[in-house]
Structure formats: C-alpha cells, structure tokens
Design a protein around this ligand. Sequence first.
Ligand SMILES: *[C@@H]1O[C@H](CO)[C@@H](O)[C@H](O)[C@H]1NC(C)=O
Ligand SMILES: *[C@@H]1O[C@H](CO)[C@@H](O)[C@H](O)[C@H]1NC(C)=O
Length: 349
Amino acid sequence: NVYQRGLVAKNVKASDILKDHSSYCDVEKEVKKFDGITLAYVTPWNNHGYDIAKIFSHKFTYVSPVWLQIVRKTTNNYEIKGKHDINSVWAAEVARSGSVAIVPRIIFDGWTSADMQTFFSTESEMGACIESIIDITVRKNFDGVVIELWSQNMGRYKDETIHFMGHLHQAMRELNKKIILVLPPPITRGNIKSGVLTQLDFSRLIKFVDAISLMTYDYSEPSRPGPNSPINWVEACVDFLEPNISSPIRKKILIGLNFYGYQFSNHATFHAVMGKQYLEILSAHKPKIHWENSTAEHYIKYRAKSNDYLLYYPTLLSIDMRIRLAKKLGVGISIWEIGQGLDYFYDLL
Ligand SMILES: *[C@@H]1O[C@H](CO)[C@@H](O)[C@H](O)[C@H]1NC(C)=O
Ligand SMILES: *[C@@H]1O[C@H](CO)[C@@H](O)[C@H](O)[C@H]1NC(C)=O
C-alpha cells in the first residue's frame, strides 16, 4: 500500500505522482481501514467513479450517486427529475459486492423563491414532496437519500426546513431508510460565523438524520487564491457544531474531503481541476510540488502561455492528515467525488 511504498510524504515529485497514481493495493482493496462512516459521491459526468465504487465498495458505508433533482410542478405536485441517469444494474452490483448503502442525492434545484415559499407554507405541500421522495426510494429500492436543501436558502426558512426534515425523517424511518443532509460549513474564511448554519440549527437538525455531509471545502475564492480546505478550519467547523468530543453525535458529522483541486491564474480566473487534468499539468510542466504546513495542502506553481498559475490539488499526505483528523475528532468523512481522485488515494481509506 501507499504507506509501505513511502508515498505518503511532504516531499513528493511530479514524476512520482505520474508513475504511482494508478497503482492501488489490490490485496487491501476490500479492507476498510478508517472505522468511521465513509460517504462517497459519484457523478454521471465523471463516470470513472462508477468503477471506483465497485472496486472499493468495502471501503464505503454509503455511495451517493448524484442523479436526482426535485422540482415543484403545481399545487401539491412534485416531480423527481434526472431519472434517466439512474443506473439500477450498477447500484445492485455495488450493493452486492460490499455492505454499502446506496443513497442517491436529491437536490432542490432551480426553485424560485415563490416555489420555496409555497412549499413551506402548508403541510399538504411538504407532504406531497415527501411522497415523491418516498415513492422513488421505494420503487428503485434505494437504501435512503441524501437531501440538499439548506444552502440554497442562505439562512432563510430555517424553522420550516427543520420542520420538513422532521416529517421526512419519520416517513423514512418507518421504511427503515437512511437520511443524510448536506450542510454548508458554519464558519467561513477569516473565522467568520456566517450564520447560515448555527450550533442551534445543527442541534435541531441532527436528531432527524443519520448523518450530515458537511461541505468543508471551497474555502478560497478567485479573488483570494489559496487552499481548498485548511485543516485547522475543518477542525474548527466540527468543534463549533459539536464541542463535546465524547458526544455520540460526533460520528454523524461527515467532514468533506475534496478529491478535486482548484487552479488560480494571475488574471483572477479560477476553475476546478480533476485528477486527470492534474496529471496532464504535471506531465507538461514538471513543476516542483510545495507543502503548505499551515493548511496541510500541497500546491504547484507553473507558467504557461505567459500566465502564472497556482494550483492546489489533494495528495496522499493531505488526505491522510484529514483522515487522521477525522479519527481524532470522532467524525466520519464524505468525499466529493470519487470520479475525480487518483486511484491510489483509496489505499488510505
Ligand atoms: C459530553 O458527552 C458525553 C456523552 O454523551 C456526556 O456524558 C458528557 O456529559 C458531555 N459533556 C458535556 C460537557 O456536555
Ligand atoms: C506545522 O503546522 C502545525 C499545525 O498547524 C504546527 O503545529 C507546526 O508547528 C508547524 N510546523 C512548522 C515547521 O511550521
């Protein structure tokens, strides 16, 4: 595995990453080393994740394919979109090979503020929405769902969302289905408590879910190039939500690990970088790989077509340190997403 091969290190070379990235430990591919909950997202647009989910199914507690959106059609009428992306054959194979629960993400996407207001205004509207979620879960034999509803409202409709989650939880529990909620980081750059998610919000929501997928990434912005997920910030987010390290609630918090990177240019452009693109950049420019101790991330700098680039992409060491942090904090992990990473990352999980 990557530890025995000495690859989990501060000093790494581009040539080593290029040589080693696709060699994972075949003997241990069915061994889950991290004992907390592990959630892995899979997207149809990076379909290598479908293979990763099968190869390493024993390392994941939950696999969440990003297939579905829910929209409001008319009065008491909600529709699940994205059904054409559902791949039941693959889901059955993944579920069979490990003891993985398949929990597709359902995002409340493209809602107008009028939709949101109407949805939260009556029990029958929320009930109809829950029926649609239950219907697809049962009909497709999913083990549960991941719900993405909180961030969109930027701190509005908190009481209503908590109320809705209470009903959804009850309906799912009767069917023995899991429910996971996506939440934004409670603290933003510069140690600012955004207020979008408070400790009180968290403590009211946590009892209605099996886990929280906490989006502890996307820390930097085009105007402020920098790391994706400084390690101290991740720790601060967990401590803020549940300060008591002995609390059993802790294990329901899944800190977010990005398996993508970000590239910043000197012209304030900024885009996400997948594993495959990172390898192309390493191959073309052979940059020196620097370790940033304060954030526990590696970065590279290179110049191309008279632009200067700064690129943060996860490495074995940065991921290893976050897994060790998760162990120390008593929390789980959620990975966005397994189509974007490098194959040898999974030796760490
Ligand atoms: C922390 O959680 C444990 C386990 O639930 C509990 O026994 C303890 O009293 C809590 N400590 C504080 C300070 O709340
Ligand atoms: C590296 O960072 C850690 C954690 O932030 C700190 O404790 C340590 O002193 C730092 N080491 C150096 C060499 O700066």
